[in-house]
Structure formats: structure tokens, C-alpha cells
Design a protein around this ligand. Structure first.
Ligand SMILES: [Zn+2]
Length: 168
């Protein structure tokens, strides 16, 4: 493939890229701080300038103050860049411990919509089997966790209100 350009974004990841993205989300799940729900979530984003960032859900005793893994990953990514620069985001992965795989909550979908294009895919990983995952590496969990649910940003948030709607 001719070198990637900042003006075009390929939303179709190759198998190596998907593996890296998924492994990052699964690994991030181990950093979840969720003493109240015990519901671990990891998320990762891949940009077209090659950055792979991840985050985990962070809960606090005052429940509404906590943050989801997707926004935990996305906000620092955005804040790495001087305005108006912002890479295009090629894909997102989310990892939880349930089956079927959990999807992003509505609040995260709206924040992702701000920075992710409608054709971008979200790969949602769960844990298909009731086997013991304890002690498995993220790479090994990816091998046994089952196929991800995959949806585009546009499918996850149809008729969305986004940045373009405020540009007149
Ligand atoms: Zn969320």
C-alpha cells in the first residue's frame, strides 16, 4: 500500500492491526478501577498517525463521577494535540467480561461521534466461554474469547448530532 496519508483514512484494518487494537483493549481491562460494579471495561483507539491508546473504566464512590473506558482513552488522546490538529481515528475496540459483548454506552457513543467518522468500526469483545480466564495474557484471551461484535460508528449512533451540525 502506498504510504498512509493524513488526508485519507483506511477504516479496514488488517489482521495484525486488529490484533494490536484488540489486545490493547483487553490488556487495558486489567487496569479497570471498578470496586463497585466489578464490571471491567477496556477500550482502545488506533489513529492514522499510528498511535494506539487505551483506557479503562474508573469508578468512584460518588457513582456519576466515574468515567467509562472509551472516554478515559479518548480524552487524553485528543488532548495530546495542539488545536486544530487531530488525527483521524481508524478504529476502536472495547473489551468486557460478558457474552454477548457489551456495546458502548450512549454517552460514549456521543463523545466518540465527535472525533470518529461514521464509517469507523467499533470492535466489541466479550468472553464467550465460561472457562477460567484467570492468569491469561491479553494475547491468549483474544484467542479464546470469541468473535467480536463489529459495528460502524454510524450504525451505533444513527441520525447522530455531530460537529458538522454546528458549522454554518
Ligand atoms: Zn460509556
Amino acid at each position: 500500500m502506498a504510504g498512509s496519508s493524513s488526508t485519507s483514512t483506511n477504516f479496514d484494518l488488517n489482521s495484525t492491526e486488529i490484533k494490536s487494537l484488540a489486545t490493547a483493549a483487553i490488556a487495558a481491562k486489567t487496569h479497570a478501577y471498578c470496586p463497585y460494579s466489578n464490571f471491567r471495561v477496556g477500550a482502545s483507539f488506533l489513529t492514522n498517525d499510528g498511535k494506539l491508546v487505551s483506557g479503562a473504566n474508573v469508578e468512584v464512590a460518588s457513582t456519576p463521577v466515574g468515567i467509562c473506558a472509551e472516554r478515559c482513552a479518548l480524552a487524553p488522546l485528543v488532548a495530546q494535540y495542539e488545536r486544530p490538529h487531530m488525527p483521524r481515528i481508524r478504529a476502536c475496540a472495547v473489551s468486557t467480561d460478558i457474552w454477548p459483548p457489551a456495546s458502548c454506552c450512549g454517552m460514549c457513543r456521543q463523545m466518540m461521534r465527535e472525533f470518529c467518522e461514521l464509517d469507523m468500526k467499533v470492535y466489541m469483545y466479550g468472553r464467550q466461554e465460561s472457562q477460567n480466564y484467570k492468569g491469561l495474557s491479553a494475547e491468549r484471551e483474544l484467542e479464546v474469547c470469541g468473535e467480536p461484535a463489529v459495528m460502524t460508528m454510524g450504525e451505533m449512533l444513527p441520525m447522530s448530532f455531530g460537529p458538522n451540525d454546528l458549522k454554518h
